[in-house]
Design a binder for this molecule. Sequence first.
Ligand code: ZN
Length: 879
Amino acid sequence: MRTNQPQTVYLSEYRVPAYLVDHVDLRFELFEEGARVHSTLAVRRNPESADTSGRLELDGDSLVLEGLQLDGRDLEPGQYENQGDRLVIPEVPEQFGLTVVTWIEPQNNTRLEGLYKSSGMFCTQCEAEGFRCITFFPDRPDVMARFRTRIEADRAGYPVLLSNGNDVERGELEGGRHFVTWEDPFPKPCYLFALVAGDLVEKRDSFRTCTGREIDLRMYVEPRNADKCDHAMDSLKRSMRWDEAIYGREYDLDIFMIVAVDDFNMGAMENKGLNIFNSSCVLASQDTATDATFQRIEAIVAHEYFHNWSGNRVTCRDWFQLSLKEGFTVFRDSQFSADMGSTTVKRIEDVTLLRTAQFAEDGGPMAHPVRPSFYMEISNFYTLTIYEKGAEVVRMIHTLLGPDLFRKGSDLYFERHDGQAVTTDDFVKAMEDASGRDLTRFRRWYEQAGTPVVTVRDEYDEARQVYRLDIRQTVPDTPGQTGKQPQHIPFALGLLGTDGQPLALKLVGDDALPAEQRVLELTEASHSFEFEGVAARPVPSLLRDFSAPVRVDYPWTREQLLFLMSHDPDGFNRWDAGQRLAVDVIESLVDAGEDAEIEPRLVSAYRHLLTDEGLDQALVAKMLQLPSEAYLIELAAAPRVQQIYRARTRVMDHLAAALREELLACYHRNNGGAEYRLTSDDIARRTLRNTALGWLLQIGDAEGRELALRQYHDADNMTDRLGALRALVNSDYHEDREQVLDAFYQRWQDDPQVVELWFSVQSGSTRGNLEQVRALMEHAAFDWKNPNKVRSVIGVFAGQNLAAFHAEDGSGYRFLAEQVRHLDASNPQIAARLATPLTRWRKFASVHGEQMKAALETIRDREGLSRDVYEVVHKSLAG
Ligand SMILES: [Zn+2]
């Protein structure tokens, strides 16, 4: 089924399905040596299809066909064609029943697509095209059917048997086996099918919906994880309540189930009524999970739950529309997280990811629009562009329409398309119809790849008391796309007077009442805006709250940035001004000598942050983080990584040494000792304390070392314990480092999620080298079959330990290529994702780029390359 020249699929070739499936009756016989799947489909010709050939084609992958009947009669070999990845029946009637019997081997399924085994349990992952690994089926999201699923298995080994919908029948079978039958009343595409069979404990709770229906909530986990479910369950109930309040969406089935699985390619999956989660995205306790993990779990539980409407009730017509469900749902979960915690901090975190990683994707060989127009392997399109940029696009609609009209639009969208498989254009149309706004130009956000650059220049006319902004936008060329059109950009801004107070904005020739913030709408290649009644040259606060996913080019002075850092009423821009200043200082040192002076005002700005307790401490905790190496690399034209790393380290050392007393005071001030709580205040305190500790250890401070050791031993939660561990691992106290790493492993070796943290602290440490990473891969806890382990060692090394990954002898690149080649044989999805850092070879200075390219070529030359890796490697080497 794997070919060396995979086919490209084009959006322009979309045709409605020739046949529809109204009902699917599944029977799974599960055994240790394999599984037999009996599937009976009620099929009818699609009246909307122009295809009248009478030819039925079903998708398949790695299936053994054991039986095939049409309307109860066996088909003879001449009456069908089994092409392996396709089952063709050349002549079928208008309406018929088709029974397919297949044999599969879940225990040998290392790709983790379709039905497979993880830690002794059977589970499924069918998005995007995994259902075809279970049975022959029209595996496309616009075929929506009602499913009835009967699961049969050994009762002792698999007491819990789950599928979508409600359980309608259960009973005993011969030979110690039993069965459960599930019925899902809602038509769904097969990518939302799920099955779980295992020896799991059940945690129960309930939720009363806005119309008074009682929903049975159940979590299923391995017995050792029984005490790690509370946070996910609480998050689920908060999500259900929030979706009713903010979007008017009520849950529809009687049962909602969550299952935790150790081996999982993704974070979690929104199968109808039966969400399956990667253990690391759902299990948590104070002892084993960090604040960041708790927050991630809340966000992912919400995300998957929200999909019940944005994805399941209204689904995607085809996979080019993936962002229809993902962009909208990521937007919804980020609104939810903002409501649950700090709005500004959530925005900073989202934008950090977007600017560091999505902008990099948009500038690289895999750049694609939010709605791509072609692909080879859809698994490669579960990208930051589809998810994060897709969410930003929905967010811009929200900004342009305002919350009330946006809600009207989403109500219309759900009402109009309930039970349908639709397109991103249908979504935008509903927003247009509900609001009366014209979003024609806005649609270009879905069609054009690349990050727009918004260039802003200003002029102050003292005589007229007018401040003018000249704003131009360009969308850069990306592979296969040139000469792009201007996009519709909501550009939020404010102006600050010399006293730091916001000015009332009044545009020349505009009747709107003066306001302290305006959202300018950019729809042309260039615009000029004149603000009147401006008494002195103001400081502009541009793109407030990051109102559009664009790069802003404005010639900031350090004075302006320092001014915004302390005066901007927009928390996001205050943080951003600090980032810009730090970037400017670090960049100025990249080419300077070792004795070049470091901007003294940066030190005083950070001192102010550390000492002024009147500031929002959650924001301060963010502002104290220097821009990451990955972000600095993203910003640089032809980055030389070692120089960037050295410049950033110099700044950090300098700040830590100059602010030692303030860091110690900050540490002690935030060393509460109070009960562990997950409020944003408490999270900020722990972040501040651990940041201070990290900086002190960075310069080898002896008192810092004492504090870290004490904190490591006394901590009553994983955030503080890991904070101390990380500070020591990133220090020059080698003996302490080894001792705490050993102690940590001894204590947590039976907990896979904590072992993953232990791996990533080491593989991501800039004090670590390639030999240490190779040693981790030899460790007993490392497992090639477990994607979390692969990510926490190899992925974290290539993504975070950038100085070692980009070693100028090319060893990091060769190492990564070797792992990609190895993993491609067993898990192509993860292998393709792992290869990403190499694909940007063109961006780097030649000292890096040539060797990255050479490493990619060694992957390209591997025999029997998967379609997943083929696409990534060939696209990045092309041209
Ligand atoms: Zn999703």
